[in-house]
Design a protein around this ligand. Sequence first.
Ligand SMILES: [Zn+2]
Length: 349
Amino acid sequence: MKYTPYLLILILFLLLIHLKYQNKLENYTSGPTHSLYNGTNLTNSYQLTNYILDNTTTEIVSNDYWKKNGFYHLFEKFGKLHFPETAYTDNVMPTLILESTAKCPILFSLFNSLEKLDKKSKTNENTEGINFRNKIQSMFFNIDETVLMDFPIINLKSSLVETVATVEPIHYQPNFYFAIKNIELQTDFDSLKNPTPIPPIPPTPNFVKYIDNIPNTPNQKHYQFDHKQATFGVTEDYTIPDILRYLDFCYTTLCWGALNIRLMKPLDNHYYGFPCQNNNCNSNKNYFYLLPVRVRQICYEEGKKYTRAKCNRCASCVVVYFDTLPDKFTNLEQNISLDLSFPPIISSS
Ligand SMILES: [Zn+2]
């Protein structure tokens, strides 16, 4: 028993060594490993042109070292070609509008399941509309399961077109319009469809459309071939899986970049967060791209390589990848030629 005090001192000493070692292992106080850059300058202001760089690759602002940086810039190489930075206002949600006639058989049921824009014939979203909304949400997160979200990711509407008598119903095709704005009134939709041109700059399109050129006359072809078709596999056949592929493309146009999950910070409220880089939304630094922890878990269970996170205030999003980024995102940097004049390999005679 006379050794008890010595034993106690020894245990206390070992405990102190253990705590010191544990503190070294969980060294949260070391400096940041990555920095935010705009051009070649370090920045603390949020812009969609910002890059995240690993601190050992400070002077290279490009996508060349995305694996090392854990960040691939999508807005700079792809998104801004569809929606420029000035289009990103604050406190808005993207809107998807299905435009059709009262009698068009294509997507007839879905058309009547969504809330109408004009509000004259007020129709609320019914079960089919809610199912469609859930499918869009699962596509957004790249998961098969349906999850409940605290904040919506899309504003869904339908718009009725009055066809002129000369147009036979058989020659009419419905279309989807994806916008970066909240659209609640038919008049707003109409003015966005026909923006006032300010010469000499042609107006920037306000929408990503499902079918870019609907032929005006029967038998006129509407050849289209860009990333929507080539990289995302949209075939324009009006099936729900095809419409979801189109929406996958649309949401990618709204992504600032692709981030490795390690760059997202776990927050107290069961989300991973990263500050929203839309300056019009987040100059006060209060808003975040949020990824529910539950969604990350589902991605692991379903073996998914990536998911997405959306700002809790504006339309800006990010792709969040777990190990490596799928090729479909890195391919977006390549231009696809729209020149459809084929070389005269086959003689017409
Ligand atoms: Zn935002």
